[in-house]
Design a protein around this ligand. Structure first.
Ligand code: NAP
Length: 229
């Protein structure tokens, strides 16, 4: 696979970069030389050193428009969009799933990335190989759905659908769109029992951000290997 050795001169947006996997991806991209816009919901929250903080709640289309028109309108460039922001409230079957959890989870994990793409794909298409990296989960694998937590599982299955859609619609125009499962990672969401460090969880998402023009697209990855949808 042809990869950029560094991302000097390139511009990235990482959503949900205040902590966990998103903060690590933002830090990695910054260390690779990209100008990184790292999203936070509160002015009081920190993002990794060297990154530019942008205020964004992915459930608020107004925030997304403000970034697309304001920040990126001014910068005039976006090479990489990492849809990382997500919530994971795990529970029982669909009968027991509270409706407000279904709404919240789909709004954050699926509708948010869709609206980010709606407003930012035009800028990504101006590059030879704009990249979208959707941070998904094995829990959203349609081929192996398992049980419990339907809102989360279906939000991630939907996010994978977004990846496949973006590939089908725009790959001919250079866009590279991929989904990635980071594995089970020790974050606020993953918990202390998880078997992976944040650094390990951010490895394959960061690798996908380095794909060069013509790189593989429209796939679901874990540990740099393609996995089933
Ligand atoms: P985390 O530690 O809970 O961090 C979540 C991040 O998303 C925080 O920065 C949070 O910001 C942000 N966020 C939540 N809702 C948001 C919203 N409405 N708008 C903007 N930002 C929002 O989670 P994580 O474990 O790093 O997870 C990152 C991604 O990996 C998620 O998409 C998750 O589903 C996926 N994933 C994680 C695991 C795992 O084991 N950890 C496994 C598979 C997939 P605030 O600080 O403002 O809350």
């Amino acid at each position: 696979m042809e990869l950029y050795d560094d991302l000097a001169g390139q511009v990235a947006l990482v959503t949900g970069a205040t902590r966990g996997i998103g903060a690590q991806i933002a830090q990695n991209l910054n260390e690779l030389g990209a100008t990184v816009y790292a999203s936070a919901r509160s002015v009081d929250d920190d993002v990794p050193d060297g990154c530019e903080k942008v205020l964004l709640d992915v459930t608020q289309e107004g925030d997304i428009e403000a970034i697309a028109d304001g920040v990126f309108g001014e910068v005039g460039r976006l090479d990489v969009l990492v849809n990382n922001a997500g919530i994971g409230e795990f529970g029982d079957d669909i009968v027991a799933e509270p409706t407000d959890r279904i709404n919240r989870t789909l709004a954050t994990n699926l509708r948010g990335p869709m609206l980010l793409c709606k407003h930012l794909v035009p800028l990504l298409l101006q590059q030879e190989a704009g990249r979208v990296v959707n941070v998904s989960s094995g829990m959203g694998q349609v081929s192996d759905m398992g049980d419990g937590s339907p809102a989360y599982r279906i939000s991630k299955a939907g996010l994978n659908g977004l990846t496949a859609y973006l590939h089908g619609e725009y790959n001919d125009h250079g866009l590279i769109a991929n989904s990635v499962c980071p594995g089970w990672v020790r974050t606020d969401m993953g918990g202390e029992e998880a078997d992976r460090s944040v650094k390990k969880g951010a490895e394959t998402p960061t690798w996908l951000c380095r794909f060069r023009p013509g790189g593989e697209s429209g796939k679901f990855w874990r540990d740099r290997e393609v996995i089933d949808w």
